[in-house]
Design a protein. Sequence first.
Length: 311
Amino acid sequence: MIEYNRYSWWRTVFSFKGTALPRAAGRVALVAVFCVFVQAAYEAGSGLGWLGMDQFKGLDPSAHAVMGSLLGFLIVFRMNASNGRYWEGRSHWGQLINSSRNLVRVGVEFTDDGRELADLVTGYVICLRRSLQGSRDTLEADSYLSPDLCREAQRFGNIPTAVAAAITAWIGRHKRQGEFDPQLAWHMEYELGRLVDAQGGCEKIQKTPLPFAYVAMIKQLILVYLVTLPFVFCGQHGWWSPVLVSVIALGLFGMEEASVETEDPFGRDENCLDLEAYTLTIARDTGQLATLKTRVAAGAAPRSWCDSVES
C-alpha cells in the first residue's frame, strides 16, 4: 500500500509509480497507433480525391455517446465492487488487530503464561497473511510457534486453522488448571472466534472473484468502443483524433486496471493492503502486553501505562 500526501495535488498528478500507467500504457499505445492509421487512411483518401466528407460520414456520434455512457456506468460499478472488497479486507484486518490485543491482554493478566499466548497469536496472523498471499507453510511463523506445532500445522489443509486450534488448547489447559472461570474462558473463546471470523472473511474475498462473464463483458465493450472511436473522430478533429482517443483510452483502461488491482487486496501489488505492517503491529502489541506484567511484578512499572507501551 502506497503512503502519499493527500494534500499534495501536483505530486499526485505527476506520479507514475503505483498508478495504472505502467499496466495500461501498452494498450493505450496500440489504440493510438490504430487511430493514426485510420486518420492517415482518411487523409490519404481525401487528398487523392477518393474520399470526400459527403462520402465519409463516420459513425453516428450520438449513438456512440450512448454506448460510452453505458460503458462508463459499468466501469464505475466495477470500481465500486472492487473498492468494497478492498475496504472489507481492511476491516477484517482491523478486527484481527483488535481481537489479538484483547485476547492477549486478558490472557496475560490472569495467567503466568502470557508469552506463549502472544507467540501463538502472532504466529496465527503470520500464517494467515502468508496463506492469503498464496504460501502454504509456516515460514516466518516458526520463530513464534513450537516445532511440534509447525509440523502438525503442515498436515492441515488450512494452516491458520491449526494455530487457532492450538490457541483453543491453550485456553482449555489454563481453564482446567483453575486460572480461568467458565465466563472468562468463554470471553477468550469469543475473541478467538472473532479472529477466525475475520480469517473466513478474508478467504471469502480471496477465493470469490467477480463473475467472469461480467468482467469479460466490460473488457469487450471497452475494446469495441475504442476500436470504433477513431471512425467517429477522424472526420471531425483531424490529427487531434489520436490525442483525444489516447486520453479516452487511458481513462478507460486506467479505471479498469485500477479495479483489477484492488479486487484482490491481499496480493503483493503496490496498491494492495500492507499486510506485513499489520502483522508487525500485532507482533509488537502482543509482545509488549506479554512483558508488561513481568515488569510490573518486578517493580519496574513506569509512571504511566502509556510510558510502558512506548518503551
